[in-house]
Design a protein around this ligand. Structure first.
Ligand code: HPA
Length: 264
């Protein structure tokens, strides 16, 4: 048993955890809704080192809407240290603690006129625009992970049902992963549009690949913080992302709570 599994069991109890949530930029406060304990990543060997402002680098384990959950208050992005597998130990640890499904969230720029800042987008699929992969170097044939239906159809149906119950619009679209940390150029955004992207961001895709590799079901939701580069006059910045994320966060929290109630 890994040291992190032991520490989490010790502080949060032995009951299996059902679902893990990964929180994106400006969404970290959702973790405080969990009734349970918060364990700083620094106490958990192998957990990420997060250096991005606007993130809460702790694992919150406890109950939310009657479901035993683990909320990762922050993620390590590829652009921080160049490690696309930065979230691997965290996901392996949560799997060992019973987790069978993961919902990842992120902040993203929209390429679609009908999906505006403050809106949410459920990922129907993704494009790995970075060419990177967290499984490079994995020595066995288990690395050849099928990615058809990577964004779990049954979870998406359940998230759509929750959105409908809560009266929140939840359009689906394709998320393109761009490594960052610089934002995209307008020409890159035009290219992503031609390739079929609806939103662009700097995260989530490595975690979806890792989750599928580990046999975890996964779904992901973007909170749209801006129109992508060149699509509006608004200046794109990390400050702007952090300021805009809470607009979608309230809607996201409603959907997630309703989804968990239906699970419990
Ligand atoms: N591009 C990449 N990542 C982002 C964006 C964007 O426009 N907005 C929030 N995260």
């Amino acid at each position: 048993m890994s040291k992190s599994v032991e520490i989490i069991r010790d502080r949060a109890g032995n009951q299996p955890i059902q679902l893990a949530l990964i929180l994106g930029s400006g969404l970290g406060h959702l973790a405080y809704a969990v009734e349970g304990v918060a364990i700083p990543y620094a106490d958990l060997p192998g957990f990420p080192h997060v250096s991005v402002s606007g993130h809460n680098p702790s694992l919150h384990v406890g109950t939310l809407e009657g479901v035993r959950v683990a909320v990762l208050g922050a993620r390590e992005h590829y652009y921080e240290k160049g490690n696309p597998a930065a979230m691997r130990v965290a996901l392996e640890t949560l799997k060992a603690l019973g987790v069978s499904s993961v919902i990842a969230t992120n902040a993203a720029g929209s390429l679609r006129a009908d999906i505006r800042p403050g809106d949410l987008m459920l990922l129907s699929d993704h494009i790995n625009f970075s060419g990177l992969n967290p499984l490079i170097g994995e020595p066995t044939d288990t690395r050849f992970v099928p990615m058809t239906d990577a964004h779990n159809p049954a979870m998406r149906v359940a998230l759509q049902a929750a959105a409908k119950t809560e009266g929140v619009a939840l359009p689906e679209g394709v998320y393109a992963w761009y490594s960052g940390p610089s934002f995209e150029t307008p020409a890159e955004i035009r290219a992503i549009k031609i390739l079929g992207g609806d939103a662009v961001g700097m995260s989530t895709v490595p975690e979806v690949i890792l989750a599928r590799f580990l046999g975890l079901k996964v779904a992901a939701i973007s909170t749209i913080t801006n129109m992508a580069a060149g699509l509006s006059d608004e200046k794109i910045s990390h400050e702007h992302t952090k300021a805009m994320a809470p607009l979608g966060a309230a809607k996201l929290e409603k959907i997630l709570r309703c989804y968990l109630r239906a699970m419990s």
